[in-house]
Design a protein around this ligand. Structure first.
Ligand SMILES: *Cc1c(COP(=O)(O)O)cnc(C)c1O
Length: 393
């Protein structure tokens, strides 16, 4: 059976003839222990310490953002980003339905409602064509510089959140241009795309705010953690203030000038992150090699796979971009074949996964406005994520 060949290939790739192969496992073979020891030895394990500042500086340097502000996780970084650009209760935020739940949840934390628009086939991220079409058909532009209003619901559109799916950059420059035309601020969900570039520029630096995640399954981990990326220094200063309970700096007095949040990243997490960031170039290299091997396998072994009438397409990085290949993706011909493969591989100890259930199909978001979502539905039916951990070297 052809599925067998795929499993055999993955086991060879990871040099693991038996046992469980996870989808994405972290690799710790740098300065992780040394930096963590330093936190404990100096007692700086919590929200004050040199690793937090250093990690923020190094992420800013790596991505080319003017300023980076760390958070406890990617979800609360998204929440804060949306508040910073002015998302309010009873407004609407445009995003894609093909995303992890955190994107839609963060919109809900602000009391806003998502509008789900379709993605492109090649990037799997928000489609500039879908965005323009929906805006032209559904919104009224207000006065100059004021937010547009959804003609159907009467609500203001306060942000647009494109996501760089599985690390593949979406057509972010076109999305930002369209949003600028309509006065809509862009928050880039770059949670999966650290190390991914679009037209030579790092993802997460195109919009007003970019958001990253360093959860355990991401390309780099801090245990749990997130980061906000800014070009606007004033907005970054505001972000730092809000993540630290909006406390007015003073040696002994406790004063707060707004409702703030305890969203700071602890020093031990930043220590882990800094050690991981030193390894990132190696991770990226390793992941690119893995992607190349998958791509080669799925094109050259087409014959073997096709013998059982299956056509499998490897999703390679879209044009104009350099992807981190966070999670490798293949597309089957049909949902039935896809599901059969998911069962076969997981039964045989190789972890594979379909994409997330589309957000608009979840009960909390079932009544949200959408466009046709033709491509999102197609991808959700046919996609499989393959094991993609970086190699230990
Ligand atoms: C991982 C992820 C997040 C949130 O990150 P956490 O750190 O797990 O809170 C947000 N959006 C997307 C698309 C993600 O994949």
């Amino acid at each position: 059976m052809a599925f067998e060949n795929i499993i055999k290939f993955i086991r060879e790739l990871y040099n693991q003839p038996e046992g469980f192969i996870p989808l994405h496992a972290p690799v710790f073979n740098g300065n992780e222990k040394r930096y963590l020891d330093e936190c404990i030895d100096t007692t700086f394990v919590s929200s004050v310490g040199k690793f937090v500042d250093k990690f923020e500086e190094e992420i800013a340097k790596f991505t080319g953002a003017t300023k980076a502000v760390s958070c406890v996780n990617g979800t609360n970084a998204l929440h804060l980003a949306l508040m910073l650009v002015g998302v309010e209760r009873d407004t609407e935020v445009i995003t894609q339905p093909l995303t992890f739940i955190a994107t839609a949840n963060a919109i809900s934390y602000c009391g806003a409602k998502p509008v789900f628009l379709d993605v492109d086939m090649d990037t799997m991220g928000l489609s500039p064509e879908s965005l323009r079409k929906w805006l032209e058909e559904n919104v009224s532009l207000g006065q100059s510089n004021s937010l547009p209003t959804n003609r159907i619901t009467g609500k203001r559109i306060t942000a647009c959140v494109p996501m760089h799916t599985f690390g593949h950059p979406c057509r972010i420059d076109e999305i930002v241009d369209i949003c600028n035309e309509f006065n809509i601020p862009v928050v880039e969900d770059a949670a999966e795309s650290l190390g991914s570039y679009y037209k030579g520029k790092h993802t997460g630096t195109f919009g007003k705010v970019g958001v990253m995640s360093f959860n355990g399954n991401k390309i780099l981990t801090t245990g749990g953690g997130g980061m906000l990326l800014f070009n606007d220094v004033e907005l970054a200063t505001r972000a730092k203030h809000l993540t630290t309970q909006a406390k007015v700096p003073h040696l002994w007095e406790f004063n707060h000038d707004a409702i703030g949040y305890n969203y700071r990243m602890p020093n031990i997490n930043a220590a882990l992150g800094l050690a991981q960031l030193e390894l990132l170039p190696k991770f990226l290299q390793s992941k690119r090699k893995i992607a190349e091997r998958y791509e080669q396998f799925f094109s050259s072994h087409h014959r073997i796979i096709a013998s059982s009438h299956q056509q499998i397409t490897f999703v390679s990085e879209p044009s104009n971009s350099n992807s981190n290949y966070w999670l490798n993706c293949i597309l089957f011909n049909s949902k039935e074949e896809r599901n059969a493969f998911l069962k076969y591989s997981n039964d045989n100890g190789v972890m594979t996964r379909p994409t997330w259930t589309l957000m608009n199909e979840l009960p909390m978001f079932a009544n949200c406005q959408t466009d046709e979502l033709k491509i999102s539905k197609d991808i959700a039916d046919r996609l499989v994520n393959l094991p993609s951990s970086a190699m230990h070297k």
